[in-house]
Design a binder for this molecule. Structure first.
Ligand code: BGC
Length: 600
């Protein structure tokens, strides 16, 4: 049963309006005893266009009899319109004709049910929308009643049925109270993770993607609308939080990873993942974002599922490193530091979500190439501790921390350790390490854990490391240290991380998939996880208009020569990327090619 394909609030309202219209017209009273299945469909097709490219979002609504699979067909009006990459269906194009066949998980469409699919395309000249759509060979006419229209003399029913099915029966079991302290120490141990079908379908649309498509990845709630699921976004899909949780139950998954990512003034030091909430919208964050998420996560039907929340990527460390007085400090970081939006927002999220007995909060804690210097290390741990005491939160609402989320730092650098020296000089002096106390993510995460405990977090906290894109395999992976001519030749010749500069973070060229998710891989580490779904962009290579609040950050432009935060280096970004969160198949191909451990 595809339980996740719940009608969203808005779509449900439309469907009910449609039903009452039918009641008023008297059609509902006619028993439907069709001898053959009547296909009726309604398709909406919207696009976000930019010069030469577009993303199309399509909703197919079944207004005929229930179907168990569908094939959508339409014709591009212009000969230069091309399908580039689609998702949530098997897509193909022949001449101007485009076909999308349902996947196993979205083929069933009950009467009145909808499903959303989409694709990235290209155009030149103009990008007109197709004017006609067919499902299973039948042209969609938006649910106009079949040709055998009932006689107009049918008297309208005066009393609409009072028991309108289907209603979800209320749970018969009384919701359990949620005593604190019933959480397991490491929610990953012995537990099977949830596979997001939206990401899985996109991964499988890329050649070879089926080798990794059953990997658990993070479900990003990157705006309020993502709680219900969206139809009109370039960066997230139609499944909402309940859809994912229901699908997790169906998969018999034991944990699901949800990314809480919508702080007021989000991403204050960059532009690519700017969000929808303004710096002063903390009340909205609480009431319209965290509260509804907490209400869903607390539903007793999910109580046996471990819900792991990854709390607010790249936020609190920005208050330490990207406020005035720091190279590259921004006015927005100053604002959200001064008005408490980040500290209080994170505190509120921790308190609300952490009060639920099966929910585990892991706060984002940057990465070594950001926080590994003494000037950043302890102050960041202190601000994390401050947030865990704000808005009703306590340290007991925090299960642990995650590092390297959506970043590219190598797990280990066996040939360039900070304790190495060349001709009597510490390699910490090299341009690459630049006096950092750490040169890889594992050593940083373990040390930062201890610092967090020193700052007052319980000794039971565990770390996660996002290894989705830190593999750096392929033919250029070093197998020995570099030449001992000087510290730079030594470090540059032997380092696993082959970015141009550690401050580079957008769609890095040469990167590969890293360690597959694994529980308790090292001391102090609860798991290696894939929170950033591989193949989803970090940001667009050029300005792309969108409704998702996403800006254009030149760190995603491969021609950009950098700023103070990346040592004025080239960005190292892949070309032709869509906005952050949007599907970027060329990146997934690159990540698979350079996977380490390699893919078989
Ligand atoms: C984007 C989100 C997206 C996430 C995962 C972030 O950079 O801002 O919209 O969901 O990446 O791809």
């Amino acid at each position: 049963m595809n339980v996740w394909r719940r009608l969203s609030g808005r779509r449900r309202a439309v469907a009910l309006a449609g039903a009452s219209a039918l009641v008023a017209g008297g059609l509902v009273t006619l028993p439907v005893t069709a001898a053959h299945a009547a296909t009726q469909c309604d398709v909406t097709y919207t696009t976000n266009d930019w010069q030469g490219g577009f993303t199309a979002n399509i909703t197919i609504r079944n207004v005929g009899d229930a179907i168990s699979s569908w094939t959508l067909g339409f014709t591009f009006p212009d000969a230069n319109q091309r399908l580039v990459q689609g998702w949530s269906a098997r897509w193909s194009q022949s001449g101007r004709n485009v076909t999308a066949q349902s996947e196993s998980w979205n083929g069933n469409l009950a009467t009145g049910a909808s499903t959303s699919i989409g694709f990235n395309g290209s155009w030149s000249g103009s990008n007109p929308k197709p004017t006609s759509f067919a499902v299973n060979g039948v042209t969609c006419n938006g649910g106009t009643p079949p040709t055998t229209t009932p006689p107009t003399t049918t008297p309208p029913t005066t009393t609409p049925p009072t028991t309108t099915p289907p209603t979800t029966p209320p749970p018969t079991t009384t919701p359990p109270t949620t005593p604190p302290g019933t959480k397991v120490d490491n929610p990953y141990v012995g537990a099977r993770g949830y596979v997001n079908p939206e990401w899985k379908a996109k991964a499988e649309s890329v050649s070879g993607g089926n080798r990794i498509s059953n990997t658990p990845t993070g479900v990003w709630l990157d705006r309020i609308a993502a709680i219900e699921g969206t139809d009109n976004s370039q960066s997230n899909g139609p499944m909402g939080l309940r859809d994912h949780l229901d699908e997790a139950l169906r998969q018999n998954a034991q944990y699901i990873q949800v990314v809480i990512y919508n702080l007021p003034g989000r991403d204050c030091a960059a532009l690519a993942s700017n969000g929808e909430l303004k710096a002063d919208e903390l009340p909205k964050y609480k009431a319209q974002y965290i509260d509804p998420i907490a209400a869903i996560q607390a539903d007793p039907k999910y109580r046996n599922l471990r819900i792991i929340n990854i709390i607010e990527i790249d936020s609190l460390p920005n208050l330490v490193t990207n406020t005035s007085g720091n190279p590259g400090g921004t006015a927005m970081c100053d604002t959200v530091k001064a008005n408490g939006a980040y500290v209080n927002g994170v505190g509120y999220a921790l308190a609300k979500l952490g009060a639920i007995s099966n929910v585990y909060n892991y706060i984002d804690a940057g990465h070594h190439g950001w926080l590994g210097w003494d000037s950043n290390f302890t102050p960041t741990a202190q601000i994390l501790r401050q947030a865990a005491g704000a808005s009703g939160a306590t340290v007991n609402h925090v299960h642990g921390f995650i590092t390297n989320t959506a970043n590219y730092s190598a797990l280990r650098e066996p040939y360039a350790k900070v304790t190495d020296s060349v001709n009597g000089q510490s390699v910490r002096q090299s341009k690459w390490i630049d006096w950092n106390q750490y040169n890889d993510e594992l050593s940083f995460a373990q040390a930062f854990r201890q610092e967090l405990v020193r700052q007052g977090f319980p000794n039971s906290i565990g770390m996660l490391i996002d290894t989705s894109r830190n593999g750096w395999g392929g033919p250029n992976r070093p197998t020995a240290a570099g030449p001992t001519t000087n510290v730079n030749t030594y470090v540059d010749g032997g380092r696993i991380d082959r970015r141009i500069h550690k401050g580079n973070w957008c769609n890095q060229s040469g990167a590969g998939l890293g360690e597959r998710p694994k529980a308790a891989p090292e001391s102090g580490i609860d798991a290696y996880v894939w929170i950033k779904p591989p193949g989803e962009s970090d940001g667009s290579s050029r300005e792309i208009p969108n409704n998702d609040g996403k800006g254009f950050d030149r760190m995603c432009d491969p021609t950009y020569t950098g700023n103070a935060r990346n040592g004025n280096s080239m960005s190292g970004a892949l070309p032709d990327a869509p906005i952050s969160g949007a599907w970027f198949p060329a990146q997934l191909s690159e990540l698979m090619r350079n996977a380490y451990p390699p893919l078989s």
